[in-house]
Design a protein around this ligand. Sequence first.
Ligand code: GDP
Length: 410
Amino acid sequence: MPRIVPIERLRNIGIVAHIDAGKTTTTERILYYTGKTYKIGEVHEGAAVMDWMPQEKERGITITAATTACYWKDHQINIIDTPGHVDFSVEVVRSMKVLDGIIFIFSAVEGVQPQSEANWRWADRFGVPRIAFINKLDRLGADFYRVLKEIENKLSIKPVAIQIPIGAEDQFKGVVDLMEMKAIIWLEETLGAKYEIVDIPEEYREKAEEWRAKMVEAIVEHDDELMMRYLEGEEIPVSDLKRVLRKATIERKLVPVLCGSAFKNKGIQPLLDAVIDYLPSPLDVPPVKGTNPKTGEEEERKPLDDEPFCGYVFKVMSDPYAGQLTYFRVFSGKVFAGSYVYNATKDKKERIGRLLLMHANSREDVQEAAAGEIVAAVGLDATTGDTICDEKAPIVLEKLEFPEPVISMA
Ligand code: GDP
């Protein structure tokens, strides 16, 4: 069985926010808009969404899995549940280890709060690329531009607005997409709300030009060739701007900033587009390192299917249906349901029973999992932090490190 999507179309992401900034609402909306069960070559729409709707009222029901797989425009997005409050817990370290990118949510009213700063610095420490979503634009006192400035001043990173809001507070209607120079207007505020893409309203044109120029300047700075063309007065094509912004985001030099109102269902679809456009696939991040327990030598594993299998167990949960679910990320090679793996941390052989791919409202048996993928094993007797691998190529992935505490500057 082939992998569900090619590795370059895989995104392993976390959603991080200060409490109350809208992490739960945004996650629920993402799962709603991607609410499809996906089988190789076919997409079923409808049933999954229908099943899911009544559950939507029960808070948190969608996030009972340590990872939830969803699909957007032929890409698989695995949402890894990161602890709400990023602290010095081992949970955080483990979740940071298996995700490749983060959607960082700020409240347009409260701005960059102390906890956001602490969370941000944790992501810095683990070298995780980010995109930012300024949420709650419909709320009284919302100010996109103030929060943008706060991100720049407090988080010492260059935020690049790739959207600006149209309307504010109860008049918040949509956004200007500064890449395409089009307006995205949501037609309703209900779940499943449709939007239309129209010309930028007259009164926003000047502002949009001004912010587009800022965006282009910030991007071309990260590519000599593009900079030359820009200085020569060339109109840089959107595809080049996106390519360089992607690279600069993955290198953590820039953070693309989007905005919306998760509660009013405005902004979620472009946010999903940005996950695909700017956050890395497992191929874009450095190979994992570990130690060969036999030789003591340091080795690395690339995210390729033909490398020896190695995976990292980041969460063990008990499940009412399946018993113990052992979540792991495959960092290299492939692993098969019903096969034996070597637990290099514990120096013993273990059998994997079933392999499950967890969706928001269902679980799917898969026969194999390949590099970059995150699955849950049933019947595997491992604990969090263990490395499981091919017995012929044993490796223990780097021990969990507890970085120095970061003191919030607020
Ligand atoms: P979390 O603590 O970050 O998970 O935040 P929640 O998603 O639970 O949101 C906290 C509160 O803010 C809830 O009452 C949400 O309904 C509300 N909320 C979330 N997003 C928005 C938004 O975009 N606009 C408004 N007005 N309220 C929001």
